[in-house]
Design a protein around this ligand. Sequence first.
Ligand SMILES: [Fe+2]
Ligand SMILES: [Fe+2]
Length: 302
Amino acid sequence: MYGRVMAEQAGATQRRYRDEAHAINARDVHFDFDSVPMHYVPGEALATHIVNVMHLVLPEGERAMAQALAEALPHIDDERLREEVTGFIGQETMHANSHEAARRHLQSIGLDVDSYVAKVGWLVDRILGDHGLTGRARDEWLKERLGLFAGMEHYTAVLGEWLLNADILAEKGMHPAMLDLVRWHGAEEVEHRSVVYDAFMHLDGSYARKARTAILASATLLPLFIVSTAYLYRKDPSPDKGRFWGLQFWSATRRGVIPKWTVFITEMPRYLRPGFHPSQLGPMDKALRYLAHSPAARAAHR
Ligand SMILES: [Fe+2]
Ligand SMILES: [Fe+2]
């Protein structure tokens, strides 16, 4: 019950951990993107491309994360945490594959992003790969990456919660396959929100590293989202992309079609608070309920 010990040490209540005392396992999901149009959030070109960033840059990051966690496994002697890390690696690999399938579909209907994806892949490998290090340098670099990924996972958990609560996406008529993809992914992000944090604490746990890497994660993700959205919007070949993008951004934020960009700043104090543990985020019930009903996750059981 490693997570419970962590949560107690971190000042969290037992109730919070019991919410999360379930096994984390990859689901063999399947999505049918064939009928997904270019603007799959109807009338919301910019919001669609903000969601598209997930298909564009997440797969490479998730694979790098799965790689780092696989490298961490031999250093983890807690059986429960090992089990969670193994499930986590499987889940992130499925996320990467599913978003890549969505991206291939968008490429096939005219959103030409292959060269950008290749650059992102090269960059992620250069920055977040193992660099062929050995000995102490390898161990230190692994801890640094775990700190960075723990920080990033905080954002994916917070955005996952947002996706599960953004009823407006269904009300706007977002294509059901894309809606299921992002909600299934969001729900699993909530489900496994503690895993990288616990792995980081197990291998290192220094507050200085946690703070430094979290600030770095935040400072990287926001520009990455902005640059990637701008690229996608420019590459969109549709004759009608709606109003000026700045107005779309303001309007979509005001109506809650996209999360507030300030989340990358406002979440920092919570994450950096001494005694913080991801189990202190919102209740997990909604995520687990969604995973029980998600069409793609149900298809995995058949
Ligand atoms: Fe993911
Ligand atoms: Fe994740």
